[in-house]
Ligand binder design. Structure first.
Ligand SMILES: [Zn+2]
Length: 470
């Protein structure tokens, strides 16, 4: 009698037969890729299904091996091009070890190329790898689904991930150490309709970040340094919420901590662990007061706020100044006056604010014209008048090339500086709705920085117009 039991396999037998781990086997059953029967609440597998599926796996294995050898070679070549030694061959290693080596080569070539963003982005079939330097992204590779899945698992294991409150998004901070160089990164895993999207943001630790590298003109940099070494007071940094805002604040903090000063940073969302700062985590919805007392108790020389979103926080800015500290607060708003308006809506005392304020930094971001393909043209008479240049000057025009795709490559950061004494403090004090809006000193203004970007052919005049007209 042909016992029907004999033509079925148990889970253990199926794992052995197909060479899959228990988790992998369950995942494939759950995805309905591999069919299983359930008897007595146990999975069992029919013989003809196992036969069919071992062929599926063989084809899949071949796809993975082909893709692995192609992309391992591709990234080895990139490493050699960037001046690193050729990595040893891993052709004899297991598939899992080869996947890990591919992940390592992707990361190393990103670090060698000073890339600060890596994305594994799901498509209908497999995933594409995008790399970005500031705002400029390019597609480097496409991985078939059976390779993309374990590769994404390798990346996800680089950092302990926690779920962001009430969202499907997971985030974690990690550090990647290789051949003496350690880089911090933030990993985000975001669910999309096509699958998991991974974003690895690498913090490139260029130690001596000067104010000029942050987008300040030499005149602004001198004026800002002057403000920060004077009396204790409040510096507001106002600008759009974008990735560079974080870098800007940390680089300012580095400058301020350079002279051995104690810098305490209050952060609603810690994105980077900086050794030279004392960082205090301010989770949303938790009382601010105890943490603020702790921060003041440290007797800081400098206090940093990554955002100000309550009346208690707004009051603490002035309290920090009163304690003798320089307070640097970041506000997410389009202009300096909008930022000040945010603070005043928290019913900050106008007199006290105008006394404490050292100045306001306005930040803006523009697309940078691709230096490989941009061309130039003379300005029209109106444009020449607006820029205050002779008509024979030249300004940039966007073209397009293989390197950029759309004429732009990366970002140009602009800053404007309003020292409080120049009209701003009296305006804050007056509170009269009809008092004329103050203007920053022309040579320190955002308009001056935008003009410089246009004349350096780094930015399009059309995009700079809102700043030029102030
Ligand atoms: Zn180009």
């Amino acid at each position: 009698m042909a016992d029907s039991e004999a033509s079925f396999s148990t889970i253990a037998q199926a794992m052995e037969r197909l060479g899959l781990s228990r988790a992998e086997l369950y995942r494939r059953v759950k995805d309905k890729a591999l069919k299983a029967d359930k008897t007595d609440r146990r999975l069992r597998f029919a013989e003809d299904e196992l036969q069919r599926y071992s062929q599926v796996l063989a084809a899949e294995h071949e796809t993975v091996q082909e893709a692995l050898s192609r992309w391992l070679t591709f990234f080895a070549e990139r490493l050699v091009q960037s001046g690193r030694e050729e990595p040893p061959s891993v052709a004899e290693k297991t598939t899992a070890e080869q996947v890990a080596e591919l992940g390592r080569r992707i990361l190393l070539s990103a670090l060698a190329g000073e890339v600060n963003n890596l994305y594994l982005d799901p498509l209908h079939q497999g995933d594409r790898l995008l790399v970005g330097i500031d705002g400029h992204r390019t597609e480097l590779a496409r991985f078939p689904a059976p390779l993309a899945a374990p590769l994404k698992s390798w990346f996800k294991a680089l950092a302990p991930l926690t779920q962001l409150a009430d969202s499907g998004v997971f985030e974690g901070l990690g550090k990647y150490q290789d051949e003496g160089a350690a880089r911090q990164f933030r990993l985000a895993v975001v669910p999309t309709l096509l699958g998991e999207h991974l974003h690895l943001h690498i913090y490139l630790d260029r130690q001596q970040k000067t104010l000029e590298e942050l987008g300040y003109t030499p005149a602004q940099s001198t004026a800002l340094s002057g403000l920060l070494v004077g009396r204790p007071g409040l510096l507001l940094v106002v600008g759009p919420a974008e990735a560079a805002a974080e870098r800007h604040r940390l680089a300012l903090a580095r400058q301020l901590s350079a002279a051995g000063r104690l810098v305490v940073s209050l952060e609603h969302r810690i994105q980077y662990r900086a050794e030279e700062l004392i960082q205090l985590d301010l989770p949303t919805g938790q009382p601010f007061e105890p943490l603020w007392r702790a921060a003041l108790g440290m007797g800081p020389d400098v206090l940093l706020f990554d955002q100000v979103d309550s009346a208690a926080e707004a009051r603490s800015l002035l309290e920090g100044v009163g304690s003798g500290a320089v307070v640097v607060a970041q506000l997410l708003a389009p202009t300096a006056l909008d930022g000040l308006g945010q603070l005043l809506r928290f019913e900050m005392d106008r007199q006290a604010l105008s006394r404490a304020l050292l100045g306001v930094v306005e930040r803006a971001v523009m697309r940078r014209l691709c230096p490989a393909c941009r061309t130039s043209r003379p300005p029209t008479p109106e444009e020449a008048a607006l820029l205050d240049v002779a008509p024979e000057a030249e300004i940039g025009v966007a073209q397009r090339c293989d390197h950029c795709g759309d004429g732009f490559s990366g970002r140009r950061y602009l800053c404007g500086l309003w020292p409080a004494d120049d009209g701003l403090a009296p305006w804050i004090r007056s509170a009269a709705p009809d008092s004329p809006l103050p203007a920053p000193p022309p040579e320190l203004s955002l308009a001056a920085a935008a003009r410089q970007a246009v004349l350096e052919k780094d930015a399009l005049l059309e995009e700079a117009l809102p700043f030029l007209r102030g």
